[in-house]
Design a protein around this ligand. Structure first.
Ligand code: LIP
Length: 290
């Protein structure tokens, strides 16, 4: 019910703020990070401690709701239609390790594999992004709360060539998603074939898919594109972006309905589902049949 979604939202906000404090209290330079798959796929004790805290607290307060977390999920664990908390204890772990203050805890609730509550908190800036399905998206800074998108409402998007695009690199440096990322980045940064300007104004890669989606929701970035991330990276930011009037679709051409576990996502502010001729269609054109 609406009431229980509000309760869950409030509980996730409390946990996100506590997790944020754990990040602020930690000194990642004192902890040797553990390598997961390679030297840019890292995890710290703080990632694990935060996820354990969140899992313990949520399983006590909401024992019937399932849990999918970046650090505790089992290989091949699949999201089911059951109500499920989706947790990334630190989205932007590399930033956290390096002290680059663009990192967040990302907590969401998905029902029927659709994000219905999203909470993203960056403790280094004190910025809290929240959304409940059908109830709008908000940014609460240390001094005030804003409805998203921020005012003044950002200009409509005439075409990709006026967009600032978030494109993330992940930790893979070979394989299909790597080939795709490098090809898409190169095309987006290129001049148009007809010589009429550039494909996009520029791209930004600030290391947190969750925050990228929130920046698109705010209207500070226009597009988020990534091939190769996971449901926990995007679930909360997805809810925030859609509630701010944006759209999350698949990064694969024609994929208007993307699964939460689809691993290739395109988020666009102010876009409409099915509007093939807009920015979504232009990005899909860049993807080609890749
Ligand atoms: C990371 C992201 C980053 C993305 C990576 C990765 P982590 O999350 O948000 O932007 O490119 O694929 O998943 O691993 O730091 O939680």
């Amino acid at each position: 019910t609406e009431q229980s979604l509000l309760q869950i939202h409030n509980d996730l906000v409390t946990l996100a703020r506590e997790a944020g404090q754990m990040m602020l209290d930690a000194d990642p330079t004192l902890q040797p990070p553990t390598t997961k798959k390679n030297t840019s796929d890292l995890v710290t004790l703080t990632d694990r401690a935060i996820e354990t805290m969140i899992l313990t607290r949520l399983s006590a307060s909401h024992p019937t709701i399932h849990f999918l977390g970046e650090e505790t999920s089992k290989t091949n664990q699949r999201l089911t239609p059951n109500p499920t908390f989706i947790c990334d204890p630190i989205d932007g772990t590399l930033n956290f390790i390096h002290g680059f203050p663009n990192t967040a805890v990302s907590l969401a609730l998905a029902i029927d594999k659709i994000p219905v509550v999203g909470v993203v908190f960056n403790p280094f800036r004190g910025d809290l992004y929240t959304a409940i399905k059908h109830r709008g998206a908000f940014l609460t800074t240390p001094t005030r709360t804003f409805k998203l998108p921020l005012n003044p409402i950002p200009r409509p998007l005439p075409s990709l060539s006026s967009c600032l695009v978030a494109l993330e690199w992940g930790s893979e440096r070979s394989g299909a998603n790597w080939d795709l990322r490098t090809r898409v980045a190169k095309t987006l940064l290129s001049a148009k074939e007809d010589g009429a300007g550039k494909m996009v104004r520029s791209i930004r890669s600030s290391g947190s898919a969750a925050l990228d989606l929130c920046y698109v929701a705010a209207g500070q970035l226009d597009v988020f594109w990534e091939g190769g991330c996971w449901a926990w990276d995007v679930c909360a930011g997805w809810c925030v972006l859609e509630e701010a009037g944006g759209l999350v679709v698949g990064a694969n051409p024609g994929e208007w309905e993307v699964e939460l576990e689809g691993r290739r996502y395109l988020g666009v502010r102010g876009a409409k589902r099915g509007e093939q001729r807009g920015v979504v269609g232009e990005v899909w054109g860049v993807m080609g049949d890749g």
